[in-house]
Design a protein around this ligand. Structure first.
Ligand SMILES: Cc1cc2nc3c(=O)[nH]c(=O)nc-3n(C[C@H](O)[C@H](O)[C@H](O)COP(=O)(O)OP(=O)(O)OC[C@H]3O[C@@H](n4cnc5c(N)ncnc54)[C@H](O)[C@@H]3O)c2cc1C
Ligand code: SF4
Length: 504
């Protein structure tokens, strides 16, 4: 059963074993596992239910429908970083690129050392990754789904002698339609909308959509449910009151929304870490324009990652997007933007992803909204400059006519010589243009209540019955795409969750 706004009375109360708030990577994986264990599960999702048949390439329809605040969300700092989150059944997995990577062993070894628990180490995590990968069908792309933009990246890396990898993606018969960011129209991408959620429903779970949870229900020092309001999809006003009573609560609203909900109750007191340790893998775009047609929209959007500099905290990848999304990222407007967009067929859109060397924070404002702040370090800045020089240089080696750079004061390079000026011109971090879809770490998991927000089962140290299962629980940034790690940790939360005993 999936309910929506018109199905609710002015005040409606539900009762279940476990209420799971959010249906993205963490929520859907936790809820499906719980339902398959025989628990009664009710999902509460703020966004709407949009099936595969409704997905299309029209940005003006799809973005307001499936992106939080139509993607107008920003991390504040000297370098503001726009970020995006999904808001629909399936959460951010519906709009993501589908790359499916395990947490690197070096990160797990660090988690094992810092938490002092082998639970977080490579050996204990391996079976969880295997289970997730089987469910979301993580595998390499078929040869005929790979586009020319990806092949240029591969040939460029080979020419330079750089190590690259072809991505494992959560897909089953992906035809390379390149609409991942607006919902996969063939159902090939195994977002939680088409993987974990149907499993959960088959095992008896139910889902109420268009309901924003605003607070927890706490009785006798234990979480016993949530309270929210339904959102009228026509006006976006929060109206009808919804209460869910449960024997355990799982919060899976993502690394920005989860701490904001918990901060309402002043939780995370033992460590004072709630909302801190925010990481975001900032990205910088490098757009190369070639003399020949590349037709980057033909073929999967993200198939290659250049990993030569991964140990130095730098990843490079291509990521083609629809014309309207791309146009929004251009530094130009009017005739100049139009001229550039006429070269759309000849573009390769690529980017540099930097592993954070700093952390930021998420705070709840008086209006109950998140305020996200984050500062880049000198090391991050140096990594971006190096990554951009290397990637743009590779495009020139491959014959690019010119390359658009992610700097306000140096928007274009016409030759490799122009790249030599990057070090002289890029002395201030504020000239960088960044973006991120990876948000992590605001309810860090650990074995010590003095340094973490949730324990190794995902339960809040200071609120029994309340668990977190999403990207918030990462102890640190992981340096690769996070969905598989989130699903693996959420699977563990489901395995360890304890229900409140029922009165005899
Ligand atoms: C454009 C884009 C591309 C990406 N590409 C990749 C990729 O290729 N590979 C990869 O591994 N990762 C990728 N990611 C990241 C990955 O999708 C996310 O890290 C992951 O989905 C986060 O999982 P989550 O459970 O923390 O949150 P989400 O998946 O964002 O789910 C949170 C859910 O909670 C709901 N919610 C929030 N607050 C409330 C509330 N108060 N009440 C009720 N419901 C609420 C939201 O509507 C949402 O559905 C990408 C993300 C984006 C946006
Ligand atoms: S490339 Fe196309 S078919 Fe493949 S997962 Fe993305 S949207 Fe679906």
């Amino acid at each position: 059963m999936i309910l929506a706004f018109d199905d609710y009375d002015t005040e409606t109360t539900f009762e279940t074993d476990v209420v799971v708030v959010g249906t993205g990577a963490g929520g859907a994986a936790a809820g499906a596992n719980l339902a398959e264990q025989g628990r009664r599960v009710l999902f509460v999702e703020e966004g709407g239910y949009h099936p595969t048949s409704s997905f299309n390439p029209y940005t003006t329809q799809s973005v307001p429908r499936m992106y939080r605040d139509a993607s107008a969300t920003v991390i504040f700092g000297r370098t503001p970083i726009p970020y995006v989150e999904g808001r629909c059944v399936g959460g951010s997995t519906v709009i993501n690129g589908g790359m499916a990577y395990r947490t690197p062993d070096r990160v797990l070894a660090e988690w094992e050392a810092t938490t002092g628990s082998s639970d977080m180490g490579p050996r204990a995590m391996a079976p969880l990754f295997e289970a997730v990968e089987a469910i979301i069908s993580a595998r390499k792309q078929s040869d005929d789904s790979i586009g020319e933009d990806s092949r240029i990246m591969q040939r460029g890396a080979e020419k330079k002698g750089w190590h690259y990898t072809t991505n494992r993606r959560n897909q089953d018969r992906c035809v390379g339609a390149n609409n991942c960011a607006l919902g996969c129209p063939t159902g090939a991408k195994q977002s939680t909308l088409v993987s974990y959620m149907p499993r959960a429903m088959k095992a008896g779970a139910e889902c109420i959509t268009e309901v924003r949870v605003e607070r927890l229900l706490i009785e006798g020092g234990r979480a016993v449910g949530v309270v929210g309001r339904a959102i009228d999809p026509r006006t976006r006003r929060l109206t009808k009151k919804i209460t869910v009573r449960a024997r355990a609560v799982v919060i899976s609203c993502g690394a920005v929304q989860t701490p904001v909900l918990l901060q309402r109750h002043r939780l995370g007191r033992p460590s004072r870490q709630l909302g801190k340790n925010f990481h975001c893998h900032p990205n910088a775009k490098v757009l190369a324009v070639y003399p020949q047609d590349v037709d980057g929209w033909k073929g999967v959007s993200q198939n290659t990652q250049i990993r030569e500099f991964h140990e130095d905290g730098i990843l490079m990848a291509e990521n083609f997007v629809s014309p309207s999304i791309l146009a929004a990222y251009l530094p130009y407007h009017g005739d100049r933007a139009w001229e550039l967009m006429q070269r759309y067929r000849q573009m390769v859109l690529s980017g540099v992803l930097v592993e954070d060397s700093n952390s930021g924070s998420v705070r709840r404002t008086f209006a109950g909204m998140p305020y996200v702040s984050y500062e880049l370090t000198a090391l991050d800045h140096a990594r971006f400059k190096r990554g951009v020089k290397l990637l743009a240089g590779m495009h020139f080696d491959m014959g690019a006519e010119y390359v658009m750079l992610p700097f306000h004061n140096q928007q274009i390079a016409h030759s490799p010589d122009d790249l030599k000026r990057i070090d002289d011109l890029q002395t201030d971090v504020r000239t960088l243009e960044l973006f991120t879809p990876h948000l992590m770490g605001t309810c860090r998991m650990g074995a010590d209540p003095k340094t973490s927000v949730v324990d190794l089962s995902g339960q809040l140290w200071d609120l029994p019955g309340c668990y977190v299962a999403d990207a918030s629980v990462f102890p640190t940034a992981i340096g690769v795409n996070p969905q598989v790690t989130i699903m693996a940790l959420a699977t563990r939360v489901a395995e360890r969750l304890q229900l409140k005993q029922q009165a005899a």
